[in-house]
Write a protein that binds this ligand. Structure first.
Ligand code: HEM
Length: 505
């Protein structure tokens, strides 16, 4: 090989491995050149005042997902903005998001400043997996991971979850019976109850009655506490701390909601533990196939069990409800997709009544429908990371350590550069072999070490529920052409009620 080619080859290899080393075009040999980084001062973005007025005067808190798209159009893929007292860098391009996540380190931090953490400090509660950091997070993640990340372990919850799905079908039958057109009003409400019953059955291996015709008041209170807590999360974070004293209501309501959620979880854990101790005292063998039991076996302190179970209960309600509501909303508006999906389910089930984990694994369109619903309506529209120990380079910028970096998933997953017809529901796009998508363009469960630990349970639960709903019912909109848009309430939820007709098959 000629010497110049060899050198050029080495130079390009070095350039790829060490981006700060460039191949000199004349010498065709590597020369060390340090790239100059832009600083935060050079980064574009709205003034603090205009962002503040967007948030508080133009209903910006509930439109945060849209502000991602507006920000990207105005300033490009990276911009800075002050979210109340917090300066945050927005990143709205998949390869830049990838750069952030690849530099997140051993113990990734979602956000160092958080009203959720403030509440726990204030009340002396333990952190759960969502809020813990560092070694404490790592220890809990490894413990829970053993039971929540291994496919075999997760599959073992199929029977428990299918019992909950049977109750959901009965509940939908019951709710639609009140209406001549078989309409179930506000399906998200039904799916909150399903989500709570589902995650409770996994955590406690017992039922708490959310899907009974008469729903226990404490269940309604728990669900409304989650709602209030999510609304107040954004408000309390956007308000500078001095304003908390002048307008104490948001912080008070936020704390009261968490108090209720901790109490609810504690009540259920204590009840379950008492049943176990009674069994032991009677000399009976105790076997558990539920998460709280495993946590107790691992000798986790009771305080830590309360913290973790509260957060797992919370994580399993709105996420499941939103995913099911949007999936059915889109299926009701796309009857051709619904028919194809029904055909797929019928072909796999061959007359059997209850799908198993192995059955849903053979339903590619079902998975594509859920993926597409999560692309259009990512439950967490904007996630975050803080790199606490070093400055990092992202794109052309050097981001100082401890800066809050907002990952704009809603903007990337609706970007025409990465998805053709980005605002339309086209589950087939996930099935076409030639239609490769940037792996970081739609990541509804996050990515890496700190990604969603409930992903496998959530997917199983959603697949089991959706397949069975479609085996029983054809789902249609209550009114043709009725559009429901998403809104941000920390999570992305339907802006108004989704009302659907459930017609018997
Ligand atoms: C469709 C349903 C769900 C979606 C879309 C979802 C999405 C997410 C996302 C985006 C994150 C943050 C990941 C990151 O920062 O990289 C997360 C974290 C988490 N999720 Fe989920 N989730 C869902 C269901 C669930 C369920 C059912 C549970 C509980 C069983 C759960 C438990 C958690 C926990 C504990 C974390 C924190 C993990 C950690 O910090 O190590 N999620 N989820």
């Amino acid at each position: 090989m000629p010497q110049t080619l060899k050198l050029a080859g080495r130079a390009s290899l070095l350039a790829r491995c060490f981006p700060e080393i460039w191949a000199d075009p004349v010498l065709k040999a590597p020369v060390r050149v340090i790239k100059s980084h832009k600083t935060l001062d050079e980064m574009p973005g709205p003034s603090a005042l205009s962002f503040f007025s967007d948030l508080f005067c133009k209903k910006g808190l509930s439109r945060l997902h849209e502000l991602q798209i507006e920000g990207k159009t105005k300033y490009g893929p990276m911009w800075k903005a002050s979210f109340g007292p917090i300066l945050t860098v927005h990143v709205a391009d998949p390869s830049l998001i990838e750069q952030v996540l690849r530099q997140e380190g051993k113990h990734p931090i979602r956000s160092a400043i958080s009203s959720w953490k403030d509440y726990r400090e204030c009340r002396g509660h333990a952190y759960g997996l969502l809020t813990a950091e560092g070694e404490e997070w790592q220890k809990t993640r490894s413990l829970l991971g053993k039971h929540m990340l291994k496919p075999k372990e997760v599959e073992s919850y199929t029977g428990t979850l299918n019992d909950v799905v049977s109750d959901l079908i009965r509940r939908l039958e019951h709710q639609r019976s009140f209406h001549d057109q078989h309409v179930v009003k506000n399906v998200a409400d039904e799916f909150y109850k399903f989500g709570l019953e589902g995650i409770s059955s996994v955590l406690f291996e017992s039922r708490i009655g959310c899907l009974e015709p008469k729903v226990p008041q404490e269940t309604e209170n728990f669900i409304s506490s989650i709602n209030t807590m999510f609304i107040m999360t954004l408000l309390t974070m956007a308000m500078p701390k001095v304003l908390h004293r002048i307008f104490p209501k948001p912080w008070q309501k936020f704390c009261e909601s968490w108090d209720y959620m901790f109490e609810f979880a504690k009540g259920h854990i204590d009840k379950r533990m008492a049943e176990v101790s009674e069994k032991i005292s009677r000399g009976e063998k105790v076997e558990g196939k539920y998460l709280t039991y495993y946590l107790a076996q691992e000798k986790l302190s009771m305080k830590s069990i309360y913290g973790n179970v509260t957060e797992l209960l919370l994580a399993g309600v709105d996420t499941i409800s939103s995913t099911l509501s949007w999936s059915l909303y889109e299926l009701s508006r796309h009857p051709e997709v619904q028919t194809a999906l029904h055909k797929e389910i019928a072909a796999v089930m061959k007359g059997n009544a209850i799908p198993t984990a192995a059955d849903v694994a053979q339903m590619p369109l079902l998975k594509a429908v859920v993926k597409e619903a999560l692309r259009l309506y990512p439950v967490i529209p904007g996630n975050a990371r803080v790199i606490s120990d070093r400055d990092i380079q992202v794109g052309d910028y050097l981001i100082p350590k401890k800066t809050l970096i907002t990952l704009c998933h809603y903007a990337t997953s609706r970007d025409a550069k990465y998805f053709s017809n980005p605002n339309s529901f086209q589950p087939e796009r996930w099935l076409r072999k030639d239609d490769a998508h940037h792996p970081y363009a739609s990541i509804p469960f996050g990515f890496g070490k700190r990604s969603c630990i409930g992903r496998r349970i959530a997917e199983l639960e959603v697949y089991l529920a959706l397949s069975r709903i479609l085996m029983h019912f054809e789902v249609k909109p209550e009114q043709d052409g009725h559009i429901v848009r998403p809104m941000t309430r920390t999570l992305l939820v339907p802006e108004k009620e989704i009302n659907l007709q459930f017609l018997s098959r």
